[in-house]
Ligand binder design. Structure first.
Ligand code: URA
Length: 212
């Protein structure tokens, strides 16, 4: 294992025994991540659902199948990306994450973003988008473009569960967002505006504050 793989394994081991919030008492498994730590593309979802809680793997239910399909349409397979959630444990009944739970869990996501160091981050839905982009605007208005974010591109899009509920319009807009992701990944890193500037300085700031 390389340094990054080892460090991520250490963070995952800490998460596996985490008792920082009450979700530790109701979870079956801690759901840390899936995919490649070397990925250029990282997805951040909201929180595990019941299938994920049972299997210990993010996005394995119906929303995950749709995510796999949308990825396939831009020629990317699931094992080539890194997938994580804002919360690592399932909120009972799939209720919304509570502010205290997000706070208690955010160091894990911060470590994942820092260690994986993807070129493009896709936030799925309002919770991930608000946490990372720090904008108090809903996903419907924010989606459709890439935002510069800590030397990277951040592309907010709908949560796949919203597309399952919302039908063709939501799905079409997600397809547009995935096409944007594909074009960002095709852009060579050197020509990439988000990588310009003082990388070392950004790194220092990142370790201190990434998203808050
Ligand atoms: N929804 C999420 O936000 N994350 C998962 O892992 C599954 C469903």
């Amino acid at each position: 294992m390389t340094g990054i793989h080892l460090e991520l394994a250490e963070v995952a081991a800490r998460a596996a025994v985490c008792t920082s919030c009450a979700l530790a008492t109701t979870r079956t498994h801690v759901v840390f991540a899936d995919g490649s730590p070397d990925a250029d593309l990282m997805f951040v979802g909201e929180a595990p659902g019941s299938n994920e809680d049972l299997q210990g793997v993010p996005f394995v239910g119906a929303a995950g199948k749709l995510l796999d399909k949308l990825l396939g349409e831009i020629g990317i397979q699931r094992h080539e990306v890194y997938i994580a959630n804002v919360l690592k444990c399932r909120p009972p009944g799939n209720r919304d994450p509570l502010p205290g739970e997000i706070e208690a869990c955010q160091d894990f996501l911060r470590a994942q973003l820092t260690l994986v160091d993807p070129r493009v981050v896709v936030t799925l839905g309002n919770f991930a988008t608000k946490l990372l982009l720090k904008r108090d605007v809903g996903i419907t208005r924010l989606r459709g473009q890439a935002y510069p974010w800590w030397r990277r591109h951040l592309v907010p899009t709908f949560h796949p569960a919203a597309a399952l509920r919302g039908g063709d319009r939501v799905l079409d807009e997600m397809r547009q967002d995935f096409a944007l992701v594909a074009s960002l990944l095709r852009t060579p890193p050197a020509a990439d505006a988000a990588t310009a500037g003082d990388v070392a300085k950004a790194h220092d700031a990142e370790h201190l504050g990434l998203f808050g």
